[in-house]
Ligand binder design. Sequence first.
Ligand SMILES: Nc1ncnc2c1ncn2[C@@H]1O[C@H](COP(=O)(O)OP(=O)(O)OP(=O)(O)O)[C@@H](O)[C@H]1O
Length: 356
Amino acid sequence: MALDRIPDPVSGRGLVAAELVQGLVVRNGRAGFMLEVPASQAATYAPIREAAEKALAALPGIDVAQVVLTAQAAEGATRVRRGAKVSDDPQARMVPPPEAEKPAHVRHVIAVASGKGGVGKSTVSTNLAVAFAQMGLRVGLLDADVYGPSAPKMMGVDGDPLFENEKLQPLEAHGVKLMSIGFIVDEGKAMIWRGPMASSAVRQMIHDVAWGSEAQPLDVLVVDLPPGTGDIQLTLVQKLRIDGVVLVTTPQEIALIDARRAAVMFEKTATPILGLIENMAFFADPSTGAPIPIFGEGGGVAEAARLQVPLLGRVPIEMGVRIGGDEGVPAVIGEPKGQAAQVFVAAAKTLWDAVG
Ligand SMILES: Nc1ncnc2c1ncn2[C@@H]1O[C@H](COP(=O)(O)OP(=O)(O)OP(=O)(O)O)[C@@H](O)[C@H]1O
């Protein structure tokens, strides 16, 4: 087959014979697969990925070809490996800060972080939360982005949470329990909050909310962290016992530098990094479907390899994702057949395998 005519630079065998081709799909004029390579060799394989994509695209009947380079973390890496449970991970066994606690009746906490604002952290958080709910899990979403709470809008809910039995009752949307500072103060006012005030508001949203009950604990709480690596983020990772964090970046250099800074913060607080999501990875040409790398190419893949964490997915720029965010219907519900939605669903499954 065409792919076997491309030699693996390491073994010298064809790509298929070298077992580098994973999940090959050929459907409706589209063809694609994942080229799974060792993390340390991701850069070596970048030209191979391109050659494989061209070879697929040249096949009769194929209009669109896409090959995604995914890096396996090296043996002995300290982060969570594909298929490994957090509890198997040496980094996870490092002692978290002594004051770190889980909210009552919450089994797992997954935080979503970015170094830079506007890379799609809230879009990823909301879609992951809804994808978890679609898997039948009991899910909460804590919008801890006190400087720009966007989850209420993206989930299509507004209102005042009730205070009952000394706890705030989260609002609910698309099968997800939701709490956001946006329910409590105007978006504009939240923006001017400063360190201690913001930190105490976040602590309250973690511990004074009825996320679950003895009989019905939450399976997973997704926490949308504020962008960056300031005081509030540090307070959160110190006070909240987080099973692991998902880093969101675009392929752009500036976002990657900031993502790296965030990764260092998580390393210092012994918070395992579950993987990286490259958002706005490309835009599919409307007439040909060919990926147009608007924010650059390969950055997220290379960064996941550098950090030795799984690449959880490459989310394309899709109009439906933006509209879904504006209209309060996340893409996994509004555009479930879209490529972006499918990436979110697959990432949610990988994450649940890692922590669940
Ligand atoms: N894959 C995508 N395709 C199209 N639009 C997207 C995509 N990801 C995010 N967007 C849009 O980009 C904008 C910024 O996204 P979002 O609010 O999720 O970023 P953020 O990182 O949470 O920002 P901030 O940190 O400033 O809160 C939103 O309008 C959102 O709908």
